[in-house]
Ligand binder design. Structure first.
Ligand code: COA
Ligand code: AMP
Length: 630
């Protein structure tokens, strides 16, 4: 009942509902206009409100009795370091670093790109931008220089904040060298780069442009700059269907209100509790649940520079939970699949007392039923699969631990979260009956916290999300609601794939592969993988007269994708084929290719141009041992 009441109210009376929730945030000027449209006709929340996100997450708590509470715990098995920062430490260090940025000429509305590993300085940099009203754009450290350059060109930052290196299992990633390479490639040149030098590798500095972190961090502290609720807090790039990533823009007011609400409603967290999201600050999970939400809620957050396995073993998560008395733990299913692979019987868990933990939260990809059952049996705790996207910034559906936990169904993200009016439509825009799969959409208005535009390209925002079904936001996911109202998300309906919880575009990989001199035509599909969820596989038609071998081409394409996107793309397999199955109008039948690879039955559409091509593909996949087709 509690859930139903809360949900219904959020849908029937959104303004009253969110006005009430907004009272939980320390505004400089409380909003009176709760929901309205901006000049481009987009729904916006808290239009006349003023606040500062850094103030709400740090200063407010320092001023209200939490100054000595630990805000950030840094745990880094890869550097053998542990440290803690109180709310006062954070406020003071952020205020000084913001002062240093201000001296570099950064002010409200300016963009700052942050390319950093999982160190507390990444959070300090993000909050320092928020303090000034500057707009940060964090780029995941696993992206190659080319990807960083694309984002620098799009966001046109005044400064880039980075580190000399990141540390992966047994290897040092020279971030500063990668940044220099990106800046060579980029047309836009920032005025300054601020570099955190780490002992594992020193970055070479360019006179006049590069500054040492410590130089900037020693400036006089500055106060929080009031911004409008609708002013942007950050841009976070995510993969779309083309080679150009989409800059998701998040505002300040809606973001703060939604995240604060979610900490109690979804995760049942109270001020003083310890929350851990094992992700990376470069992803939306990191933005929302490592950096902002835990501190907005007065909790303690954990910055973990390590992996679920091999740093040093598959007991790492259990060790963290016990050591820091974590109440809610959040990661991607792939991380627990890696743990399961190394410690299937959960023997390492027996070494730790995790009685502090109340629930496990999974997102980033569908929690597959075998992993769900394994985790549930092992932990004897609620295992919450919750579904969200970079665009929404917080969960669209989940089992709401702070409102009314319900019996979970394996494979389902449970119920829509209050504020999200989730519906399933067919391709004509008609509602689908319970149990039938269709396009998952959200009826507008979207709740606070969701994207407000695509940076620099409002048409793309309209065309990608808002125009396909007028009045609805298109999630790009397919799924269904069962007769009990449980939501099942079954996968993307576009060319986006999910590799180890990392969202990637097959369209972008196709563009890179097509640039190879031997490639006439190609298609990249995501195939199921037991550990990483999905893996990309390329099907390539070579140019007439091309002299190379398929083996050499496979190695060259793997190297090319790694060089352009980064190691995280995990692109390894290429199949050379004579033909690709297409419709008569020339569209490659990617869905059928995926079905063949995953060993699923498929229907041959009447519009297919060359049905015989399918047999060839089946054979090529079997010979090449691709997915289930092998
Ligand atoms: N910086 C630089 N390189 C990185 C990187 C980073 N931040 N993160 C990953 N990479 C590299 C890895 O070193 C690896 O390189 P390699 O091919 O040279 O070995 C490559 O990218 C692939 O990495 P990954 O897919 O992470 O595979 P893995 O085998 O190293 O680890 C898991 C597997 C499951 C342990 C790991 O993927 C994981 O922890 N996933 C969780 C992801 C997550 O939190 N997603 C956020 C959504 S909630
Ligand atoms: P990202 O924007 O990187 O967070 O990726 C979002 C996409 O990941 C979604 O559109 C889904 O396809 C997928 N996803 C995330 N969480 C889940 C989940 N719990 N269940 C199913 N798919 C998910």
């Amino acid at each position: 009942m509690a859930y139903q009441t809360e949900y219904t109210r959020s849908i029937e009376h959104p303004e009253l509902f969110w006005q009430e929730k907004a009272a939980d945030i320390p505004w400089f000027k409380a909003p009176t206009q709760i929901l309205g449209k901006d000049e481009l006709g987009t729904d916006r929340w808290f239009l006349d409100g003023e606040l500062n996100t850094c103030y709400a997450a740090l200063d407010y708590h320092v001023e209200n009795g939490r100054a000595d509470q630990v805000a950030v715990i840094y745990d880094s098995p890869v550097t053998d370091t542990k440290s803690k920062l109180t709310y006062r430490d954070m406020r003071d260090q952020v205020a000084r670093f913001a002062g240093g940025l201000a001296k570099l000429g950064i002010s409200k509305g300016d963009r700052v790109v942050i390319y950093m590993p999982m160190v507390p300085e990444a959070l300090i940099a993000m909050y320092a931008c928020a303090r000034l009203g500057a707009v940060h754009s964090v780029v995941f450290g696993g992206f190659a220089p080319h990807e960083l350059a694309v984002r620098i060109n799009d966001a046109t930052p005044k400064a880039v904040i980075s580190a000399s290196c990141g540390i992966e299992i047994n290897k040092v990633i020279p971030y500063k060298n990668m940044l220099d390479e990106a800046l060579n490639q980029a047309e836009h040149k920032p005025d300054h780069c601020v570099i955190l030098q780490r002992p594992q590798h020193q970055g070479e500095m360019t006179d006049g442009r590069d500054l040492d972190w410590n130089q900037v961090a020693e400036a006089d502290p500055v106060d929080c700059v009031p911004v409008k609720a609708t002013d942007p807090l950050y841009i976070l790039y995510t993969s779309g269907t083309t080679g150009k990533p989409k800059g998701v823009v998040r505002d300040n007011g809606g973001h703060a209100v939604a995240l604060k609400y979610s900490m109690k409603a979804i995760y049942d967290m109270d001020a003083g509790d310890v929350f851990m999201a094992a992700s990376d600050v470069g992803w939306v999970v990191g933005h929302s649940y490592i950096v902002y939400a835990p501190l907005l809620a007065g909790c303690t957050t954990i910055v973990y520079e390590g992996k679920p396995v091999k740093t040093p073993d598959a007991g790492a998560f259990w060790r963290l939970i016990e050591e820091y008395q974590i109440k809610a733990f959040f990661t991607a299913p792939t991380a627990f699949r890696a743990v399961k692979k190394e410690d299937p019987e959960g023997e390492l868990l027996q070494k730790y007392d995790i009685s502090c933990l109340k629930a496990l939260y999974l997102a980033g990809e569908r929690l597959d039923p075998p992993t769900y059952h394994w985790l549930k049996e092992l932990s004897q705790l609620p295992v919450v699969d919750h579904w969200w996207q970079t665009e929404t910034g917080w969960a669209i559906a989940g089992n709401l631990m702070g409102i009314e936990p319900v019996e979970a169904k394996a494979g389902s993200a449970t119920y829509p979260v209050p504020g999200f009016n989730v519906q399933i439509l067919d391709n004509k825009g008609e509602p689908m009956p319970a149990g039938e799969q269709g396009s998952v959409v959200i009826k507008q208005p979207m709740p606070p916290g969701c994207l407000t535009t695509v940076w620099g390209d409002h048409d793309r925002f309209q065309n990608s999300y808002m125009k396909i079904y007028p009045g609805y936001y298109l999630t790009g996911d397919g799924g269904y609601l069962d007769k009990d109202g449980y939501l099942f998300i079954m996968g993307r309906t576009d060319d986006v794939i999910n590799v180890a919880g990392h969202r990637l575009s097959t369209g972008e990989m196709e563009e890179i592969i097509a640039s190879h001199a031997g490639v006439a035509e190609c298609a990249v599909i995501g195939i199921n993988d037991e550990l990483k969820g999905q893996l990309p596989v390329g099907l390539v038609i070579t140019k007439d007269g091309w002299q190379g071998t398929p083996e050499a081409l496979e190695a060259e394409l793997a190297a090319l994708v790694r060089q352009e996107i980064g190691a995280i793309a995990c692109y390894k397999q290429t199949l050379v084929v004579d033909r690709l199955p297409k419709t008569r109008s020339g569209k490659i039948l990617r869905k059928i290719l995926r079905s063949i690879a995953d060993g699923k039955e498929y229907q041959v559409p009447s519009t297919i141009d060359d049905p015989a091509s399918l047999k060839e593909i089946e054979q090529a996949m079997a010979t090449h041992k691709v997915g289930a087709a092998s």
